[in-house]
Write a protein that binds this ligand. Structure first.
Ligand SMILES: *Cc1c(COP(=O)(O)O)cnc(C)c1O
Length: 220
């Protein structure tokens, strides 16, 4: 299957209201343009320099999502144009994003990354840390960021019951967060291997790479 066919196959299997982010990390501009010409407008990258280069070279109406682990000192490079930052897991990083957003005279959309997996290696806040952050005075002072919802990654396992349980825990957490108003709520979870389960468990944004562009030759 080519990129266009893969995209339409995925699109036909996701309901309205679920946004498909095409994860184009490591993929050349030609591949991105092929997807773009097939109507894809949302793309996800996880390295700042790669994202900056692609933003410069590709059509300006693309919505660029930053889905990697963002370092504070690199925020300024993407602040002028980024559409949504997915992987935020500290107040310090939010403060830096807010600072750069002010400089650029814009409000930057953000998702807090929540740790739902069993592995030690994944980034993210616990549910408790997330609530503390959202209720803190320091957070409430940040006027130029908008928290649109949450992002998470399930454990890297074949155990569908486990994956489902992890996704469900995030959905339930988001429902009981009455402390502030997130509407419409964005829940970014689900990748090539688990997006169908993710949608069944309430995902509103799936991030799909290899199923669209083929396997990546190297992992970054
Ligand atoms: C690479 C990546 C994806 C896409 O992974 P695939 O398995 O290729 O669909 C999704 N989310 C994040 C955070 C990623 O780094």
């Amino acid at each position: 299957m080519n990129i266009k066919e893969s995209l339409s196959k995925i699109r036909s299997s996701i309901p309205d209201g679920v946004t498909l982010v095409a994860v184009s990390k490591t993929k050349p501009n030609e591949a991105i343009l092929e997807a773009y010409n097939a109507g894809q407008k949302d793309f996800g990258e996880n390295y700042v320099q790669e994202l900056v280069d692609k933003h410069e070279q590709l059509p300006k109406d693309i919505h660029w999502h930053f889905i990697g682990h963002l370092q504070s000192n690199k925020v300024k490079q993407i602040a002028p144009f980024v559409h949504l930052i997915h992987g935020i897991d500290s107040l310090k990083l939010l403060q830096e994003i807010n600072k750069e957003a002010v400089k650029n005279n814009r409000v930057i959309n953000c998702l807090l990354q929540i740790f739902i997996a069993t592995e030690e290696t994944k980034f993210g806040l616990s549910f408790e840390e997330c609530e503390i952050l959202l209720n803190s005075d320091s957070f409430k002072q940040l006027q130029n960021i908008k928290i649109c919802g949450f992002m998470a990654m399930a454990s890297n396992t074949d155990d569908e019951t486990q994956i489902r349980k992890e996704f469900r825990s995030l959905k339930e957490f988001s429902l009981k967060l009455s402390t502030f108003n997130l509407s419409p709520l964005t829940l970014s979870f689900g990748m090539s291997s688990d997006y169908k389960i993710a949608i069944e468990e309430g995902s509103t944004m799936i991030r799909i790479g290899s199923l669209i562009f083929g396997e990546r030759n190297y992992t970054k």
